[in-house]
Design a protein around this ligand. Structure first.
Ligand SMILES: [Mn+2]
Length: 324
């Protein structure tokens, strides 16, 4: 078929990879060269992404989404291939996207570490981005942090070495370059802000989120976005027991929500036995989208909601939370 030649790699692939099982098989069988290729392709894709991409509006490393259509939000995966496959199957993302239904798949970051299948999970989320570039958003977690703010323990290099031998080191270097291109935050206009960890407590403009990576480490915005946690017992902020980021109180959440003209913060970063938890009087929803060791939480959860609905409080979101 000559027409194939005019298609990009991602489009060609999307014809052959029909469902999450096809994608999983590719991920499990991929050798180091195949993983390196997808890392390279997606790094280039992300480097070029700017301005309007489909119905996404991109400023620096911030994405604005109009308040219409469906959005699937996925919290930390941390190397759990089984959890990722479950989310893809149960949300029916690939089939719906192929039918041209308007929906976005947004990952809150922390794809690798702490799970045996970190290389396969990276392969899968990157392939999804390559196949559906206008529909998939990959955010940065603290496990994809900048060089001076690495998470510990960081076992990704070990799993790359186990799977690929010496070539694992090259894959790791290229993944680290890719991390610098991942997004800081997503805003669904008038509805919610999505990011990995917490509110950048000193941010005073939307640019502080969009360009947090450029202001790092002179400003703490990126560190707080990647590392902070909400806490119901404090006002303002307090040093985090994690050693990076801050604990932030309800008044910080309210101040930032107002500045961003949204009602709710949706974030990942903290394990939860139910797969989700709510803080700050219903203004903060935490999602943790993986199960199994080493956290051994009973449930993982993800969110699938129609953002055309007016949102005021996370209690409204309960019916859209899918526990597994
Ligand atoms: Mn995290």
């Amino acid at each position: 078929m000559h027409v194939e030649k005019t298609k990009t790699g991602g489009e060609r692939l999307s014809l052959n990879v029909r469902d999450p099982s096809d994608l999983t098989n590719l991920a499990v069988q991929a050798n180091s060269d195949e993983l390196l290729q997808v890392i390279k392709d997606v790094t280039q894709l992300l480097t070029k992404e700017a301005g309007r991409v489909g119905s996404l509006e991109i400023t620096g490393r911030l994405i604005s989404v109009p308040p219409k259509d469906e959005i699937i939000v996925v919290g930390d995966i941390h190397g759990s291939l089984e959890s990722l496959v479950h989310v893809l199957r149960s949300s029916d993302f690939m089939k719906k996207t192929r039918r041209d239904e308007e929906l976005f798949l947004v990952f809150l970051g922390d794809y690798g570490d702490r799970g045996l299948y970190s290389p396969e999970v990276y392969y899968m989320v990157l392939k999804l981005k390559e196949m559906f570039p206008q529909k998939v958003v990959l955010m940065r977690g603290n496990h994809e942090g900048p060089n001076d703010l690495l998470a510990h323990p960081h076992d990704l290099p070990i799993h790359l070495n186990r799977k690929f031998g010496e070539a694992g080191a090259t894959v790791y270097t290229k993944l680290r370059e890719l991390f610098d291109q991942l997004y800081n935050a997503v805003i669904v206009e008038n509805r919610c802000v999505l990011l990995h960890g917490g509110m950048p407590s000193k941010a005073s403009t939307i640019e502080d989120l969009a360009y947090a990576h450029e202001k790092h480490p002179h400003e703490t915005h990126l560190e707080e976005i990647l590392w902070s946690d909400p806490n119901d017992a404090i006002k303002e902020t307090y040093p985090s027991p994690r050693g990076a980021g801050r604990l932030f109180g309800k008044n910080v959440t309210e101040k930032l929500l107002k500045m961003l003209n949204v009602k709710i913060l949706i974030r990942g970063h903290e394990p939860s036995n139910e797969g989700f938890k709510i803080n700050h009087n219903g203004k903060v929803l935490t999602l943790f989208s993986r199960k199994g060791p080493p956290y051994n939480n009973e449930h993982g959860a993800y969110l699938q909601l129609n953002v055309s609905e007016i949102l005021e409080n996370t209690n409204q979101l309960q019916k859209y939370i899918h526990k597994f």
